[in-house]
Design a protein around this ligand. Structure first.
Ligand SMILES: Cc1ncc(COP(=O)(O)O)c(C=O)c1O
Length: 388
């Protein structure tokens, strides 16, 4: 049997074992020093003022939406081509989704349609763009639109940690710098570009949002003497808002610390693999790939997505050969929950629906060898040879 090739996989080395062992032997499995160290490393990577490492990417998005004050009566814009959590977290806050279609080349939100949606609806409070597969949205233009219509941008960068993007003045910004947004959210699930098992983070450069995030991540509880209403003694705390336990453990933070140091080399390997896929697959007219930025050398790609009209057959063909491709994503507005609760239906986002009917994610992870990649490309070529 050939070796199974998943579409994504974590890389774990000796440094991960070392740092986790240290935590296991220490007094602090959680709420210890590793969490702050990991948050410091995230701040350095993103070149921003505040980083909060949290339980997972879903909680990162939920906390960011809560910190932004999203609630009942508000609407938010997002893309249907994302994991359900992007929309779910804003809905959990009581807000209503406005699904805006994707651009067929970038597979990110179509910003002309975002503009139209903002013009048509003054209850839109938040825009949740997703940097799909690691391709960063046009943040300059989005920030202009958000400014014009008084909307708050929360970046869902669960696919894009470690990447940098260029603005319209050709200045580089790390994803997570929040140069064009209020907050940025990350996921550290094992298939992502770095992992803490489960885990996520919110970054921001806004001190008020940072205060809200601090409170909401810890049950809404504070011991801060500056905001306590009274003080009964050293044990005393007060609950000022309704929050969650969103803390990452020190075991996970240790894993994250070991991983984050290796992110630049993994980013390079992902880029190399994506470039090779792009050039090898260019021979096949039946396959389209995602648009790349003009200068892509600082992108950190999470997924290698392709489009083909024979997606279903190709999916089965590759799985038979132990190449475990996936589909990202089933459009969120077509999920039964959204259809029943918000009346969304087929035809609402035609580009997203067409993309879904053709989408396939090929294996992409740093430990993938050149031979592994050749095997995937050959299998895709063989399929098209056979289909002739
Ligand atoms: C775009 C996107 N948003 C949100 C999430 C949720 O992250 P997590 O699985 O860490 O909760 C994911 C991860 O699956 C994702 O890919």
């Amino acid at each position: 049997m050939p070796k199974k090739l998943p579409y994504g996989r974590q890389s774990i080395g000796s440094r991960e074992y070392e740092l986790i062992k240290e935590v296991l032997e220490s007094d602090w499995l959680t709420q210890g020093p590793r969490l702050g160290q990991f948050e410091g490393a995230l701040k350095d990577l993103c070149q921003t003022d505040y980083a909060f490492a949290v339980t997972n990417g879903t909680d990162a998005l939920y906390l960011a939406c809560r910190a932004a004050g999203l609630g009942p009566g508000d609407r938010f814009i997002t893309t249907p081509i994302t994991f359900a959590a992007t929309a779910n977290t804003a809905v959990l806050c009581g807000a209503e989704p406005v699904f805006v279609d994707i651009d067929k080349n970038t597979l990110n939100l179509d910003l002309n349609l975002v503009e139209k949606a903002l013009q048509a609806d003054d209850s839109i409070k938040v825009i949740l763009p997703v940097h799909f597969a690691g391709l960063v949205c046009d943040m300059d233009r989005l920030a202009d639109l958000a400014g014009q219509y008084n909307a708050i941008i929360i970046e869902d960068a669960c696919h894009a940690i470690g990447g940098q993007y260029q603005d319209h003045q050709n200045q580089w910004h790390p994803v997570g710098s929040c140069h064009h947004s209020a907050m940025t959210c990350f996921s550290f699930h094992p298939v992502k570009c770095m992992t803490t098992g489960e885990g996520g983070a919110v970054t921001t450069s806004n001190p008020d949002l940072a205060r809200r995030l601090t409170l909401l991540r810890s049950h809404g509880i504070t011991k801060d003497p500056d905001i306590l209403e009274k003080n009964d003694g050293n044990w005393y705390y007060e609950m000022h808002d309704l929050g969650i336990n969103g803390r990452l453990t020190d075991l996970q933070a240790a894993l994250g610390l070991a991983q984050i140091d290796q992110l630049p080399q993994w980013q390079q390997r992902r880029l190399e693999l994506v470039k090779k896929y792009d050039s090898d697959l260019a021979e096949l007219p039946q396959i389209q790939t995602q648009q790349r930025p003009q200068n892509e050398d600082r992108s950190c790609y999470h997924l290698m997505v392709i489009r083909t009209e024979n997606r279903r057959e190709l999916f089965d063909w590759l799985h038979e050969k132990e190449i475990l491709v996936q589909v990202h994503y089933i459009p969120v507005h077509l999920q039964p929950y959204y259809r029943k609760k918000f009346g969304t239906k087929p035809g609402l986002c035609p580009e997203a629906e067409k993309y879904y009917s053709e989408a396939l994610s090929l294996p992409l992870f740093p430990a993938m060898s050149d031979q592994d990649q050749e095997r995937v490309v050959q299998a895709v070529k063989d399929f098209h040879q056979r289909a002739k």
